[in-house]
Design a protein around this ligand. Structure first.
Ligand code: C2E
Ligand code: MG
Ligand code: MG
Length: 351
């Protein structure tokens, strides 16, 4: 009660440690108070409840845009508290950064014209063959004054206008084909290249022909390109997208269901769309080695993918422990900071 009163008075805290079960007011109520007062510090959840309750509380706090440093089991260990506090400064800074860019659709249109949107590549590690066999292309906005602007800021702005997101999609695709056409032809390297596609771009019925034309122009076979589509965005206009997705698949493009497990009808979409790859969302991967629930979800997703003849990619692999679990579960491909961060084409070539 004391803490809630002080928050209401505007007292600033760097970190709030919340027990989930307390007399008078439970931790979930405190999470609600922190969210409604736009608390921008770090939050550490603490409980003697079972692991899945603690994880759900973490998810709830994250959904409220709170910055959760850790969700810990009681009794509290000094080392785990220390670990939670170590990453605090940078974590809170990056949290505060989002949303302060003050850019709008017109800025983005000029940025596209001035070629400020560049493509970075994150290597993907094939666990089975023990080789780098693929990369994911990720858009970056290098703003002359504001510096680096992440896609989580500008993709939603682009998606407000069909023309803008389509321009961005082609801008990224052109760069990918240009970057790899020459490299792959000169070095004879064979790589799969994943490109993120906004579901809005799927309403253009000529998309398959346009992508095929690019692939012919740059002499990269359609089968070298995997198109990643997030499942949550697909739900909205499934019928219209299905036509385009089917023809892309028939032309040989790979289709990946991105952020798998976060949408509402994942299984229904797997049934309707001929996806070739299942990309498991990083919320199921980070802390995998400590979470029996995440492990169970991952295990059954892999079994499902095997039956449907799909490749499984785990995204957001940050630690050796999580990577080892993926290896033990025979996941096909791993992607994440533990393996390599997204990088420019020059860095990728030397990498
Ligand atoms: P995504 O497709 O799920 O991409 C993976 C995101 O996870 C990337 O963020 C990547 O930098 C980040 N990541 C990779 N490894 C790790 C890790 O180990 N830990 C953590 N915490 N993060 C990791 P990024 O580049 O900021 O992209 C965010 C999202 O923006 C992408 O999510 C994708 O949905 C969207 N996006 C990026 N480029 C494009 C694009 O060209 N077109 C469209 N439509 N969307 C794009
Ligand atoms: Mg992706
Ligand atoms: Mg993803």
């Amino acid at each position: 009660k004391d803490a809630v009163e002080r928050l209401a008075l505007g007292v600033k805290f760097d970190v709030v440690i919340v027990d989930l079960k307390m007399p008078g007011m439970d931790g979930i109520e405190i999470i609600r108070v922190l969210a409604s007062s736009n608390f921008s510090g770090g939050v550490i959840l603490l409980s003697a409840q079972d692991e899945r309750v603690i994880e759900s509380a973490r998810n709830l706090a994250c959904a409220h845009q709170l910055h959760v440093l850790a969700a810990l089991s009681k009794p509290l260990q000094k080392s785990s508290l220390e670990q939670a506090l170590v990453g605090m400064e940078s974590a809170i800074k990056s949290h505060a950064d989002t949303g302060n860019y003050n850019v709008d659709t017109n800025d983005l249109i000029s940025a596209l014209a001035r070629e400020e949107i560049v493509t970075y590549y994150q290597p993907q590690w094939c666990i089975r063959s023990g080789k780098f066999t693929s990369v994911e292309a990720l858009a970056r906005w290098i703003h002359p004054q504001k510096g680096f602007i992440p896609p989580s800021v500008f993709i939603p702005i682009a998606e407000e206008d069909e023309d803008v997101i389509n321009t961005l999609t082609y801008c990224v695709l052109e760069q990918v084909f240009q970057d790899f056409g020459q490299w792959v032809r000169n070095e004879g390297i064979s790589l799969l290249i994943s490109v993120n596609l906004s579901a809005i771009s799927l309403s253009d019925i000529h998309l398959p022909e346009k992508l095929e034309a690019l692939s012919n122009r740059y002499q990269i076979p359609c089968t070298s390109i995997v198109l990643e589509i997030t499942e949550s965005s697909l739900v909205k206009n499934l019928v219209a997208s299905l036509d385009v997705l089917l023809r892309l698949r028939i032309k040989g493009f790979g289709l990946s269901i991105d952020d798998f497990g976060t949408g509402y009808s994942s299984l229904e979409q797997l049934n309707k769309i001929p996806f070739t790859e299942l990309k498991i969302d990083r919320t199921f991967i980070s802390g995998l080695s400590h979470s029996s629930a995440s492990k169970a979800i991952l295990e059954s997703s892999i079994a499902l993918a095997r039956k449907l003849d799909m490749c499984v990619v785990a995204e957001g692999v940050e630690t050796k422990e999580d990577f080892d679990v993926l290896t033990n579960l025979s996941c096909d491909v791993a992607q994440g900071f533990f393996i390599a961060k997204p990088m420019s084409l020059e860095s990728l070539i030397s990498f």
